[in-house]
Design a binder for this molecule. Structure first.
Ligand code: CP3
Length: 352
């Protein structure tokens, strides 16, 4: 068993990020620590969501729960993409979805946001250190942040429309003001991710969950470009993942300009078509429809095998869902998913 805080490059997840050929397919799933797990619900009965995110022992416990139960190949820091916004002075409550207390309606409102550097997220270092200690080198730890466009959409549409009407109209009405907001959010995100890396996370993921609402040209300008500004600042030794719920070919094409090692694919795109658009050398992560995990079990096996077959044994593949796991998911189906993926072997150029 590997020891210590810095990881040897042998972990299948890290090797897949670098597109190295490996016979196994690493698996982890978005929202793997969450309400579908009884041990998570037990902790949440006693502690609020934010308390769990900020208290080192609680965060370590919850982050490790899915690793210990299922044997996933990577852990993801238990936190939320909106935490840095709280540090910028935005009141946010989780119930369980976020309720945002301020709204950015026009350029002048941006001045109310304050970012005073890494000290604004002082909980990060002790929390990450506790998580790393708890994982004890068993698996790599993924840190993460929301990408600037997605954070901006939470501030502008705050608990609002389902298709980001307010965000898209702000962007069209005041492109410069929107760019100013993106710039501030990118600066904060760079500090936030650098804190996570300094404290020991082994890879970082940018969630651009809302970017798929943008037409391709706006996606390039207002989602891909600020994400790229952040990714440029991440040391080369830390693998990066960019994930957007983006299902049009135009949006995928716009992602070619993003320098992430791995592109996360949502469940509405074809893995093989996405690979063709993104180009051969790019690692991809995804993309089983999380609804399949609601059952029946035979479908879990069939559909997971279909994803593996669609990848066709190519290196640079990390098995994941195409979006977060639903709280209603039976844990038995997650066990079945993991055993299906772990049984599978890749060989150079094909599937064994
Ligand atoms: O993946 C993981 O296990 C790590 C933890 C994680 C959470 N949120 C925990 C969480 C991660 C990576 C996120 C990211 C996040 N948060 C995103 C991007 C990914 C995505 O799902 O699209 C977004 C858009 C958010 C904002 C957010 N926070 C939403 C929409 C919700 C409600 C989710 C729900 O299931 O109802 C939250 C709250 C939240 N974040 C919960 C969890 C486990 C539920 C809180 C609870 O336990 O009561």
């Amino acid at each position: 068993m590997p020891q210590g805080p810095s990881l040897a490059p042998a972990y299948s997840f890290l090797r897949a990020c670098r597109s190295e050929p490996i016979s196994e397919t690493p698996i982890w799933i978005m929202r793997q620590a969450g309400r579908y797990l009884p041990e998570y619900r037990a902790i949440r009965e006693k502690h609020s969501f934010l308390e769990v995110c900020r208290t080192p022992e609680l965060c370590a416990e919850v982050t490790a729960q899915p690793i210990e139960r299922f044997g996933f190949d990577a852990a993801i820091l238990f936190s939320d993409i909106l935490i840095p916004l709280i540090a910028m002075g935005v009141p946010i409550e989780f119930d369980p979805g976020p309720k945002i207390g301020t709204r950015i309606a026009r350029r002048g409102d941006i001045a109310a946001l304050e970012w005073s550097g890494p000290s604004s997220v002082a909980h990060v270092r002790p929390v990450v250190k506790a998580v790393k200690d708890r994982l004890h080198g068993r698996v790599p730890l993924i840190g993460f942040a929301g990408a600037p466009f997605t954070l901006a959409s939470y501030l502008i549409d705050a608990n609002g429309s389902k298709d980001l009407m307010l965000t898209r109209s702000f962007l069209s009405r005041d492109t410069e003001g929107f760019a100013e907001l993106l710039d501030l959010l990118a600066t904060a995100t760079i500090d936030y991710l650098k804190e996570q890396i300094a404290a020991g996370v082994d890879a970082v993921m940018l969630f651009d969950t809302q970017a798929g609402w943008l037409p391709p040209a706006e996606f390039t300008r207002s989602a891909a470009a600020p994400a790229e500004r952040i990714l440029r600042e991440i040391p080369k030794s830390t693998p990066t993942i960019y994930f957007a719920l983006a299902s049009s070919n135009g949006q995928l094409d716009a992602m070619r300009a993003i320098r992430a090692d791995v592109i996360g694919l949502d469940y509405r795109v074809s893995l093989s078509q996405a690979r063709a658009i993104l180009g051969g050398s790019r690692s991809v992560q995804g993309n089983l429809d999380p609804a399949v995990l609601l059952g029946p079990p035979e479908q879990v096996v069939t559909r997971a095998e279909a994803v593996l077959r669609e990848n066709g044994g190519r290196p640079g593949f990390i098995f994941n869902l195409g979006h977060g796991i639903y709280p209603e998911t039976p844990v038995e189906n997650v066990e079945l998913l993991v055993s299906t993926v772990k049984r599978h072997r890749n060989s150079a150029g094909g599937v064994l």
